[in-house]
Write a protein that binds this ligand. Sequence first.
Ligand code: DX5
Ligand code: ZN
Length: 224
Amino acid sequence: KYAPLIAPSILAADLAALGDECEAVIDAGADWIHFDVMDNHYVPNLTFGPPVGAALAKRLKARHPNVPIDVHLMVKPVDAMISAFAEAGATSITFHPEASEHVDRSLQLARDAGCKTGLVFNPATPLEWLKYVLDKVDIVLIMSVNPGFGGQKFIEEAIGKIAEAREIIDASGRDIRLEVDGGIKTDNIKRVADAGADTFVAGSAIFGQPDYAKVIADMRAELA
Ligand code: DX5
Ligand code: ZN
């Protein structure tokens, strides 16, 4: 199992100051920047496209070259956006398997473009999708809310699913991160980690507080 990572979701940031917010949260101790892409088709909300991703990646790569940009695609279809966000400078690209016509091909597309890649599982999406593509996956992302909005309540059933995903990953013997996204707070992050997660997305819990460094330190203390 990997060392735990905190990945603030910038969906909850002050979007009028996106670059400053990313730098602030990196200075506050963030490990990854989680970038939520929504298309008003796969999910009922609309966020950022490749030009915003490219502008942000350019700024972060100049000042924080080692901080990965974790692009979470909530779009359908996915392939054109995989290529565009790889070009824009994404470090990793995850997508929802049911939003791709050809999951294996989409994973390969992201890898060929030089990105880490992963599949995202909604609360009711079965983990069976993983079975035949484990060798093409660097990240398994379990949604603990239905995708589309920040600030939702953590769905408890995710705990058992995280444990199932942990078993699948361990049995594979592969280096795969187990990321969780949705409703993660200081007061539930320990339970999520105990279930087997190693990478924690948090939007409102971090950006909803004035002191980002304190929230991130409190989360790390829970994980220690
Ligand atoms: C939801 C997004 C999440 C969201 C998390 O569709 O994928 O990344 O921003 O926000 P919180 O932490 O507020 O649930
Ligand atoms: Zn996300």
